[in-house]
Design a protein around this ligand. Structure first.
Ligand SMILES: [Zn+2]
Ligand SMILES: [Zn+2]
Length: 141
C-alpha cells in the first residue's frame, strides 16, 4: 500500500493493488505480453533474442513473462542457459541451473558466515584493546 516506484518507469505511483508497476506501464506490459504471445503462437520455435527482435519487446521483459509463467514455450525456456555452466537454467531471470543456484546459495551462506566470524573477531579485538587501555590508565597501577 502507498507510494511505490514503478519497476518499469521508476515513477512514483499509488499501488493500491500491491503491484510493482504503475497503471500506465501495466497497460504497456499487457500490450507487450500480447505481442510476444502472438509472435510465439505464430512461430513457437523462436529463441528469446529473435523474439525480442521480431516483437520489439526487450529480452529482459520476455524473460520476465517466462519467469512469471505467463508465456510457456519450450523453445524459449530451453534458450535460457545457466550463466555459470551453460546447462538449461531453472530461473530465466537469474540464469542459473539447479546445481549452480544451490551452489550459489551455499557460497553466499558461507560468505555470510565468514563476515560474521570476522565481525566477531573485530569485536573481540576492539574489546581487548579497550581492556588494555583501561587497564593501563587505571589509577594506582
Ligand atoms: Zn511505470
Ligand atoms: Zn549451472
Amino acid at each position: 500500500m502507498g507510494l511505490t516506484n514503478c519497476a518499469r518507469c521508476k515513477r512514483l505511483f499509488q499501488n493500491a493493488g500491491g503491484g510493482v508497476i504503475c497503471p500506465d506501464c501495466l497497460e504497456q506490459d499487457e500490450k507487450d505480453f500480447e505481442t510476444v504471445n502472438d509472435a510465439l503462437r505464430e512461430n513457437p520455435n523462436q529463441a528469446v533474442p529473435e523474439l525480442a527482435e521480431s516483437t520489439g519487446v526487450s529480452e529482459r521483459r520476455i524473460l520476465r513473462f517466462l519467469e512469471e509463467g505467463r508465456i510457456l514455450s519450450d523453445a524459449v525456456a530451453h534458450d535460457v542457459k545457466c550463466g555459470r555452466c551453460g546447462k538449461p537454467a531453472i530461473s530465466a531471470t537469474l540464469r542459473l541451473c539447479e546445481s549452480c543456484s544451490e551452489e550459489l546459495a551455499r557460497e553466499s551462506a558461507q560468505a555470510a558466515a565468514e563476515i560474521k566470524k570476522l565481525q566477531a573477531k573485530q569485536a573481540v579485538s576492539t574489546h581487548d584493546l579497550l581492556e588494555k587501555k583501561l587497564g593501563k590508565n587505571r589509577p594506582g597501577s
